[in-house]
Design a protein. Structure first.
Length: 260
């Protein structure tokens, strides 16, 4: 899919990967870019920098997503590319509070469901549309310190797989962005929380991730892997699951030892 003359929506676009995506789509000649975030002021700032439209939306609430889609379709007639990028991180394991588990489920999984529920009908009528989900390498490889994050990202990946299976022959294209470390506030928060430089060595700038997304959309690839080594790790997991689990246990133990 070419990007010129397209109406593009990016959620979680006030900063980080989302802001970089909105900036890149604007530079690629998109007809309209809608910068969406729960942080209204951040969205307005990001939109002003690229001559885009800003809208506030809490993607964890379906009513907000419904209103967002209706307003954009009323203003522009259609949505060609929807980047469901908003996400949060919660650390720990089963001891994490129920409220934290529910919140991350609502943002990291249900937001994608709400987007698809309300964006797909228009795309299916036109027999054309593109859904891009920002997942994470954790959706493929889990996360050694954050069960809520790993579990919700795996669920999100599975949902986008289903969308591609169900609607790939209807003109709907689907991609999942699965990077490892990206130089964002989320990575800095994780370093502060854990006291470990986890994934920082190979962390990419958000602009590099956005460039990979544009390349992935043009090639219509389901998996967009800005860190190519993730594909090798995923193959090793599939080849010998038990060996992979032993390796992940060693990785976790070594990282914890390095923090002492």
């Amino acid at each position: 899919m070419e990007l010129t003359d397209r109406v593009v929506v990016v959620t979680g676009a006030a900063r980080g990967i989302g802001r970089a995506l909105a900036t890149r789509f604007a530079s690629e000649g998109a007809k309209a870019v809608v910068v969406v975030d729960i942080d209204a002021e951040g969205a307005r700032s990001a939109a002003a920098d690229i001559g885009a439209t800003a809208m506030r939306c809490d993607v964890a609430h379906e009513d907000d997503v419904t209103d967002l889609v209706q307003q954009i379709e009323a203003a522009h007639g259609r949505i060609d590319i929807f980047c469901s990028n908003a996400g949060i991180a919660v650390g720990g394991g089963p001891e994490a509070a129920n409220t934290d588990w529910q919140r991350i489920w609502d943002v990291n999984v249900m937001s994608h469901v709400y987007v698809a529920r309300h964006v797909l009908p228009g795309m299916l009528v036109r027999k054309e549309g593109y859904l891009v989900g920002t997942v994470s390498a954790a959706g493929l490889l889990n996360h050694v310190f954050a069960a809520p994050y790993g579990a919700t990202k795996a669920a999100a990946l599975s949902f986008f797989e289903w969308l591609s299976i169900a609607h790939g022959d209807d003109g709907i294209r689907v991609s999942c962005l699965c990077p490892q470390g990206v130089k964002t506030d989320m990575l800095a928060l994780e370093r502060s929380r854990l006291g470990i430089d986890f994934l920082e060595a190979g962390a990419l700038e958000p602009a590099a991730v956005a460039a990979a997304v544009v390349d992935g959309i043009r090639a219509e690839r389901f998996l967009i892997l800005p860190h190519p080594e993730v594909a090798d790790f995923f193959r090793r997991k599939a080849d010998d699951y038990d060996r992979w689990l032993r390796g992940m246990r060693r990785l976790r133990a070594n990282l914890l030892a390095s923090a002492r």
